[in-house]
Write a protein of this length. Structure first.
Length: 131
């Protein structure tokens, strides 16, 4: 496992409360619920996320385990449609993305094999789009 320190993440107050509730309800059922809860526990809660920080419904280009993903939107599960670039915050990748800023990288262990490490880097963030 990488010894990298997790980067600071920022989440607005409304999203923070909703995401904690969502993660608690989905624990044991959604693959990213536990990671989302961990991320919300360490998030800095702000009235407005800083520029170039990914918030809910924001667009993002990112690299995940060596693959590039462009123009994805981070959405709530009911709006998720991976084929059309809408990734749920309840997936492990979605949970890792929330609150990261351009240029930040997050590492976390795989579920099945704790020796396997996932790496996600945010390349570009655009503001929220209407759902």
């Amino acid at each position: 496992m990488s010894t990298q320190t997790k980067p600071d993440i920022y989440v607005n107050q409304d999203d923070h409360e909703e995401l904690i509730s969502l993660a608690l309800k989905a624990l044991g059922r959604a693959p990213g619920a536990a990671l989302l809860l961990q991320e919300m526990e360490r998030a800095k809660v702000v009235s407005e996320v800083p520029p170039k920080v990914l918030a809910m419904n924001g667009a993002v280009d990112f690299e995940y385990d060596g693959s590039l993903y462009r123009d994805f939107h981070l959405v709530y599960p009911n709006c998720a449609d991976f084929a059309n670039g809408r990734i749920s915050v309840l997936t492990p990748v979605g949970a890792a993305l929330i609150g990261l800023a351009e240029g930040q990288t997050l590492w976390w262990p795989g579920d099945q094999d704790q020796r396997a490490v996932h790496r996600l880097t945010v390349l570009k963030v655009d503001g929220a789009k209407p759902h």
